[in-house]
Design a binder for this molecule. Structure first.
Ligand SMILES: Nc1ncnc2c1ncn2[C@@H]1O[C@H](COP(=O)(O)OP(=O)(O)OP(=O)(O)O)[C@@H](O)[C@H]1O
Length: 229
């Protein structure tokens, strides 16, 4: 679905991505891990064409001019206009993607947002804002969902609920998911494949079981502690 070849990006003189190669196949659940500042969000921004790469290429299985019909993105710390209610934002999105948002009631239910539907976004808790971000990434029924640290800020129960929901989206509804995460337990249980970003390149790429075996670790947490430093 997405083919990234030798992607390079720098900010000023700082090389952040030095030649990233990565393929996301249709129907896969791919995790991206790496230390703070390793370039994960930069890679997401490049995939979503929010930023322009210095070199390399990204090819898509769909028309990239219609990117946002195919891709749903949840970004870190997205802010909402506090004059708007949750309902207003949902209605706005329904106007942007006419005929594609039939599942909004189900999403509100699944993400436990029904009770705040008539509340202003300024009154939402951090976790509720995060859930609204997730809802907006999914509202137009995209083929590919990109999630940048989606469970950060969620309580333990909400985290488990959202993880279960994502698993269902991938396994039953066949959505392709690309997820940035710092939670190794999450990556280990959810992802078909994990890509580890370090020093500007994907230095390891495989199923959690393959990575743990190759690097002689018993958990992905151990893998992160040993290999991401
Ligand atoms: N607009 C920018 N201008 C200058 N430097 C930037 C800019 N955006 C990011 N950086 C730098 O690029 C590096 C990678 O940032 P990025 O946000 O992609 O990392 P990350 O892996 O997503 O980090 P985290 O896990 O903390 O969210 C960091 O050193 C950051 O300071």
């Amino acid at each position: 679905m997405i083919y990234i070849n030798d992607l390079k990006m720098k900010y000023g003189s700082k090389d952040v991505l030095k030649g990233v190669n990565l393929t996301i196949k249709n129907g896969e659940f791919v995790g991206l891990i790496g230390r703070n500042g390793s370039g994960k969000s930069t890679l997401v921004d490049l995939i979503c064409q929010v930023k322009k790469a210095e070199g390399g290429s990204i090819n898509y299985d769909f028309d990239k001019k219609r990117m946002y019909e195919h891709v749903g993105v949840q970004t870190q710390n997205a802010e909402f206009d506090t004059r708007l209610k949750v309902k207003d934002i949902c209605v706005l999105w329904q106007h942007i993607y006419p005929g594609k948002c039939e599942g909004v009631d189900e999403l509100l239910e699944l993400l436990d947002l029904k009770e705040v539907y008539h509340q202003g976004t300024g009154t939402l808790s951090g976790g509720q804002k995060q859930k609204l971000n997730i809802l907006l990434a999914l509202i137009h029924n995209p083929d590919l969902v990109i999630l940048d640290e989606l469970t950060t800020g969620l309580d333990a129960i909400s985290r488990a609920e959202v993880q279960k929901f994502l698993k269902m989206l991938n396994r039953e509804r066949k959505k392709t998911i690309f997820m940035v995460s710092h939670y190794m337990d999450e990556v280990e249980t959810l992802c078909d494949r994990v890509c580890a970003l370090k020093d500007g390149v994907i230095f390891a790429n495989g199923t959690p079981a393959e990575l743990m075996e190759r690097f002689e670790c018993s958990t992905m947490q151990q893998f992160a502690e040993r290999c991401l430093v």
